[in-house]
Design a protein around this ligand. Structure first.
Ligand code: UDP
Length: 798
């Protein structure tokens, strides 16, 4: 076996003392206390150039694994990431070059001392949830992260049925538990033991076997009732018989696959509460306001899909008389500035019965807060909000919800409080954990506190992610990062808020609670270009004029002089990170690409004065400069306007009609909705290899990856694609079909809802039959809430 890295480093340091010394001192010479990965690899690369012997050394290996370092006059501390969430901490004495391992707490302690300049209190609170979950089955392989439910089913099925009778008895109890609106479902209490259940199942099978499969439940319900069966097994004889056969199989020879299919059929979810406290949450006039963006669109699409899936399942279960209930709970804002945010209840368009329920924030005196508040300022109001919202929700639903879904840090905290109190299954959705977005938001939390209150936010995150029964994310990277960058959830494993507490085990991303369930694009808006019967033909003249028109001015620049060439299309907000200017530069510098296609850009404003945002204005001016510099006015059409969804949807298809392609050139993209939209329209798509699109697209099959840091290569890849499309009949169609198939298989709201509700059932079931309840963790988190979160939130004043 290869010796451990630390031993190899030790001998390397002895044998190549000067090389190692040179690197260490070049790091010290940077004169920074904290070094990011890029600084360390750059310092190393500049030395490796001088010394051809170094690349294969243990030092090179350590540099490759190193995520960050901290340094003072005597010591260099290194954090090495061997694999996803597998960390090792080392320290090197700068004088003697001795290397020793240190534990996470010592590493964090060193960082605290550097950050505060003081020797922190010798006794600092350490947050550590690892001991609580020793008994929990954990995933072993990094590749399996995000697929917790499958693992859980496998492990727990075998545990549950360790003795067949024991498992079967738990199942019997579980089936007698189901009720909706005071009505018993599945099994009546008359079926008292396993023998009676087995006999009843045999008799029912005999009875159902003599009926036509399509016979409706009502036709034979009295006869099944006499055997102890209540509604919920299926809407017709065929389905009821199938469901019962699954149960008989389970009682005979349990398997995880049958377990999942059987659980998916049990009527468990009739009502869902979705929490999104902050922001302007409404259906019109709210987008583009502070803190109101993707999350609102996501939730509205999600709610419609959830309701549809709940309705479909209830119909299959023979319970279509029950109306599924989905309620989004948000803040009521009296000073609503023309939005509906001051309405207590608002029906959600496109759903039958889903609605928004608004509950105001109140201050300590009980007065309603009239105005909008930034998401960073909501902390003192959430506890009261949770109590008030719970009361209003119970009244609205005439009972408890079956599932509570939190959104973002504030929603997840309220979901935690409510779910704990009501004993309901809790699902968390982070959307974006802020911790990795802001550099040193943990170490220097005090300096940022006036604006951001990260102390409150990260404390709330820790509580909520550990309390949740399951967590869903849009991508793998959100949980676990990539080979060389850490995941958003992973960043909560080990960190410190100096002066407050130190986290040595904040979360375990190998816990089976994590599941990737990606959102989709609205199927009513984004559908394949070939579906001519659904196309919005009446928009075509307008789109034609917009794209090929000759008028320029306030919101357009550039006129396409060769309109027959295919279009390369991009559409995004004009943030620096979206890198629209980067794309224009690649295009401008690549003669072949320019010769083959026109570029259509929908972004920002053409008139810089129309922008209210400094970063956007700077990007606009830069784009004008590039258009001038490369002389692009005959080949690039830049539209500086926000397109409504229907037009945007038709535009993707319009570009596909002309055998064009879509490009998403961002420096980083968390998920990439436009990528999904373009693919769902059948438009071949090129997208950044940093972030979500890396997972969405399989390079060369369902689209292409481009590296935004290597514009030349990206432009060449685009040019090569169009060249091949000209030469090879069917190539464009093959990539188009690949994208469509990928979206259909992985990124639709229908699939999302189906997965989400299956997860809710499976986690709810295991919570009931096993010790997944995690009582010890819950009590620990309650204490953390009481002793850490509350004082922090109260200190903000309210
Ligand atoms: N969008 C739009 N009209 C525009 C520009 C963008 O409808 O003029 C939509 C686009 O179709 C997508 C969303 O805005 O649904 C942008 O989502 P994405 O995830 O690409 O980026 P974000 O802006 O959320 O970072």
């Amino acid at each position: 076996m290869k010796p451990r890295l630390i031993d190899r480093l030790r001998s390397y340091f002895q044998d190549h003392r000067s090389d190692a010394h040179r690197l260490l001192h070049s790091l010290v010479a940077l004169d920074r206390q904290f070094l990011l990965r890029s600084a360390i690899t750059d310092a190393y690369a500049s030395q490796a150039d001088d010394d051809a012997g170094m690349p294969d050394s243990p030092l090179a290996e350590a540099v490759a694994l190193c995520q960050e370092a901290a340094v003072n006059h005597a010591w260099l501390y290194l954090a090495l990431r061997h694999n996803v969430a597998r960390w090792q901490y080392l320290r090197v004495h700068l004088e003697t070059m001795d290397i020793e391992p240190v534990d996470a707490a010592a590493y964090l302690h060193f960082k605290e001392r550097l950050a505060t300049g003081a020797d922190e209190d010798a006794w600092t609170l350490e947050f550590d949830v690892a001991p609580f979950s020793r008994e929990m089955p954990k995933l072993q392989e990094a590749d399996s992260i995000g697929n917790g439910v499958r693992f859980l089913n496998r492990r727990l099925s075998s545990r549950l049925f360790e003795t067949l009778e024991g498992g079967a008895l738990r199942m019997l109890d579980f089936l007698r538990l189901h009720r909706c609106q005071e009505r018993q479902l599945m099994l009546s209490s008359d079926v008292g033991d396993l023998d009676s259940l087995r006999t009843a199942l045999r008799q029912a099978d005999h009875l159902l076997g003599r009926l036509p499969g399509a016979a409706l439940w009502e036709q034979f319900a009295p006869r099944l009732r006499a055997l102890g069966f209540e509604p919920g097994w299926g809407n017709d004889a065929g389905r009821v018989r199938e469901t019962m056969a699954m149960l008989r199989d389970l009682l005979e020879a349990p398997s995880p696959a049958i377990m999942e299919s059987f659980l998916a059929r049990i009527p468990m979810i009739f009502s869902v509460a979705v929490l999104s406290p902050h922001g302007w949450f409404g259906q019109s006039n709210v987008l583009g306001r502070p803190d109101t963006g993707g999350q609102v669109v996501y939730i509205l699409d999600q709610v419609r899909a959830l309701e549809a899936d709940m309705r479909r399942r209830l119909a299959e279960q023979g319970l279509d008389a029950i109306e599924p209930q989905v309620v989004v709970i948000t803040r009521l804002i009296p000073e609503a500035e023309g939005t509906t945010c001051d309405q207590r209840v608002e029906a959600i368009a496109g759903s039958s019965h889903a609605r928004i329920l608004r509950v105001p924030f109140r201050n300590a005196a009980g007065e309603v807060l009239p105005n909008w508040l930034s998401r960073f300022e909501v902390w003192p109001y959430l506890e009261r909000f949770a109590v008030d919202a719970e009361r209003d929700l119970l009244a609205e639903l005439h009972g408890r919800p079956d599932l509570i879904i939190g959104n973002y840090s504030d929603g997840n905290l309220v979901a935690t409080l409510m779910a704990q109190h009501l004993g309901v299954t809790q699902c968390n959705i982070a959307h974006a954990l802020e911790k990795t977005k802001y550099l040193y938001s943990d170490l220097y939390w005090r300096d940022m506190d006036a604006h951001y209150h990260f102390g409150c936010q990260f404390t709330a995150d820790l509580i909520a992610m550990n309390a949740a029964d399951f967590i869903i994310t849009s991508t793998y990277q959100e949980i676990a990062g990539t080979a060389d960058s850490l995941g958003q959830y992973e960043s909560y494993m080990t960190f410190t808020l100096p002066g407050l507490y130190r986290v040595v085990n904040g979360t375990d991303i190998y816990d089976p609670k994590f599941n990737i369930v990606s959102p989709g694009a609205d199927p009513d808006i984004y559908f394949p270009y070939e579906r001519s019967e659904r196309r919005l033909g009446h928009l075509h003249p307008g789109i034609e004029a917009m794209v090929f028109g000759a008028e320029t001015g306030a919101d357009a620049r550039g006129v396409l002089v060769e309109p027959d060439k295919p279009l390369l299309f991009t559409m995004a907000r004009m943030d620096r990170i979206k890198n629209i200017t980067g794309l224009v530069e690649w295009y401008g510098s690549h003669a072949e690409l320019r010769a083959r296609v026109n570029l259509l850009v929908v972004a920002g404003h053409v008139d810089p004065a129309a922008s209210g945002d400094d970063e956007e204005r700077e990007q606009i001016l830069h784009l004008h400069h590039l258009m001038d510099h490369f002389g692009l006015d005959g080949e690039v059409r830049w539209l500086g306007r926000h397109l409504d969804k229907a037009t945007a949807g038709e535009l993707y298809r319009f570009v596909a009609d002309r055998r064009g392609a879509f490009v998403q050139p961002a420096l980083f993209e968390a998920f990439g909705l436009t990528v999904i939209e373009a693919m769902a329209s059948g438009l071949p798509t090129f997208a950044t290899c940093f972030g979500g699109p890396l997972e969405i697209i399989e390079d060369g099959v369902s689209g292409f990856h481009v590296d935004p840091n290597h514009g030349d290569e990206a432009a060449a890849k685009l040019a090569a694609f169009f060249a091949r499309c000209r030469e090879e009949e069917g190539y464009w169609q093959a990539i188009s079909a690949g994208g469509l198939a990928r979206v259909e298989a992985r990124y639709t709201w229908q699939r999302y809802a189906e997965r989400m509700l299956t997860l809710a059932r499976v986690y709810g079931f295991w919570k009931y039959v096993s010790d997944l309840e995690r009582t010890e963790t819950r009590r620990y988190l309650e204490m953390f809430y009481g002793l850490q979160f509350r004082p922090l939130a109260l200190a903000l004043g309210h």
